[in-house]
Design a protein around this ligand. Structure first.
Ligand SMILES: Nc1ncnc2c1ncn2[C@@H]1O[C@H](COP(=O)(O)OP(=O)(O)OP(=O)(O)O)[C@@H](O)[C@H]1O
Ligand SMILES: N[C@@H](CCC(=O)O)C(=O)O
Ligand SMILES: [Mg+2]
Ligand SMILES: [Mg+2]
Length: 473
């Protein structure tokens, strides 16, 4: 897409505002809006200035002038604004014209460049599956679970069956995976989300209710290249949240909003291709995987404690990674098995769909950083020819939650806290520095940011559940 195409698109849709968006270091979008009358080819090329000192994770106040420059192929008509507005993702530049080293999008692009430079493959494909909850209301209730108590539509249906007003079919509370309406009350809102995603140019594959008893959803879209897929994740979250808001509801991607129910993950399917040639398939290999795929898996599992600092970067992430809720708790790989950190989907067995699924990540990840970190770990596995079995990562074909104590003792677990993974990243990050993809400054900044802004403040605050445990002691 060229600047001229954008100007043409603006004319066609009577666009009155252009919304320039960047992603901060933790993974939130920020924007600056410019009237269409101010937009010409030069502005689209040069970008717009902004104050970098106010963006979380960016630089200090002493050197705050920065520029956001649009990536034209990311443009879409924003369905949530009152006047026609074109939204576009941007790269961040220094006033000197250099790319800004802490821009997450730059790190993602560098990872793709690095992949090409290794000669291993030309493309890495990523297919993330984002799960989320749609709540009617979010309240605080320390007696329920010692946490925020979220009210969802299914529960509202359940309650509507109580009392003498509802004389019709009494809808029972949801159990199991994906029962049809009226138990599933969210089909229409998911469909509306899908239609908006499609209008924004995202190729949606399907949507469904997820396993949680409360209103949990999943909308799957087609895999793509690393940076563009991370762009899609940002647009997806924006659209999902704003369709929910349109209905007076709240969508959250928090990994474990409800104690005792399934959490929300962002499993990431991955494969490497050399041009058109898929590199992860070998008929007759374990789950029809090639040696390259096995080395890639070994790299991911070997560096998992460090990768999790990017793929599971919140204190809440570790409340999801517990047994019994389909979230992985062990660092092993397995064909078909959903209790393993790396699953090899075997339902589709063609060379083009041969892929691995890393199930650990969740949506609190900044997708640009998490995908880049996974690719770097997988490539390190390929470069060093790591063997997942020699390293003790399986394969395991049983339900890991149900292994005996002796069998479990042989298996490594995923780390249990944000503190642990930040320590792991501090000790293991050389593989991320290859090709200058991540910088030492970025990793230092990330660890300090997470420790100072999330871990330490949480540690200092009395937790609601402590009231239930200790208030009357
Ligand atoms: N070769 C490939 N490389 C990377 N991703 C791929 C490839 N082929 C398919 N995908 C993507 O993998 C994802 C598969 O999602 P799907 O929901 O089927 O996975 P699943 O793990 O079986 O589901 P769930 O975990 O919800 O049970 C989709 O985003 C799809 O586009
Ligand atoms: N919600 C589960 C995954 C369910 C699934 O396999 O789709 C998780 O936390 O990862
Ligand atoms: Mg799912
Ligand atoms: Mg999955």
């Amino acid at each position: 897409m060229t600047s001229r195409d954008i100007l043409e698109l603006m004319k066609q849709h009577d666009v009155q505002m252009v919304d320039f968006r960047i992603v901060d270091v933790p993974g939130r979008q920020h924007h600056v809006t410019v009237p269409a009358a101010e937009i010409d080819e030069e502005v689209l090329e040069r970008g717009v200035a902004f104050d970098g000192s106010s963006v979380p994770g960016f630089r200090g106040i002493e050197e705050s002038d920065m520029v956001m420059r649009p990536v034209l192929e990311t443009a879409f008509l924003d369905p949530f604004t009152e006047v026609p507005t074109l939204a576009v993702s941007c790269n961040v530049y220094e006033p000197s014209g250099n790319r800004y080293e802490r821009d997450p999008r730059y790190i993602a692009e560098k990872a793709e460049e690095y992949l090409k430079s290794t000669g291993i493959a030309t493309n890495a494909y990523f297919g993330p599956e984002l799960e989320f909850f749609i709540f009617d209301d979010v309240r605080f209730d320390s007696t329920q679970s010692g946490a925020f108590y979220a009210v969802d539509s299914e529960e509202a249906v359940w309650n509507s069956g109580v009392g003498d007003k509802n004389l019709g079919y009494h809808v029972k509370n949801k159990s199991g995976y994906f029962p049809v309406a009226p138990t599933d009350t969210q089909q229409d809102i998911r469909t509306e989300m899908v239609l908006e995603l499609m209008k924004a140019g995202i190729r949606v594959e399907r949507h469904h209710h997820e396993v949680a008893t409360a209103g949990q959803a999943e909308i799957n879209f087609r895999f793509g290249t690393l940076t563009r897929t991370a762009d899609t994740v940002m647009t997806y979250k924006y659209i999902v949240r704003n369709v929910a808001r349109r209905h007076g509801k709240t969508a959250t991607f928090m990994p474990k909003p409800i104690f005792g129910d399934n959490g929300s993950g962002m499993h990431v399917h991955q494969s490497l291709f050399n041009g058109d040639e898929p590199l992860f398939y070998r008929e007759g290999g374990y789950a029809n995987l090639s040696e390259t795929a096995l080395h890639y898996i070994a790299g991911i599992l070997y560096h998992a404690p460090a990768i999790l600092a990017f793929s599971n970067p919140s204190t809440n992430s570790y409340k999801r990674l517990v047994p019994g809720y389909e979230a992985p708790v062990n660092l092993v790989f397995s064909r078909g098995n959903r209790s393993a950190a790396v699953r090899v989907p075997v339902a589709v067995v063609s060379p083009k769909t041969a892929r691995i699924e890393f199930r650990t990540p969740d949506c609190t990840a900044n997708p640009y950083l998490a995908f880049a970190a996974m690719l770097m770990a997988g490539l390190d596995g390929i470069r060093r020819k790591l063997d997942p079995t020699e390293l003790g990562f399986g394969p395991i074909n049983k339900n890991i939650y149900e292994l005996s104590a002796e069998e479990k003792a042989q298996i490594k677990s995923v780390p249990g806290s944000l503190g642990e993974v930040l320590d792991a990243l501090e000790a293991d990050h050389e593989f991320l520095l290859e090709g200058g993809v991540f910088t030492k400054d970025f990793i230092r900044n990330w660890i300090d940011f997470k420790r100072n802004n999330e871990l330490a403040p949480l540690h200092l605050r009395p937790h609601p559940y402590e009231f239930s445990l200790y208030f009357d002691l």
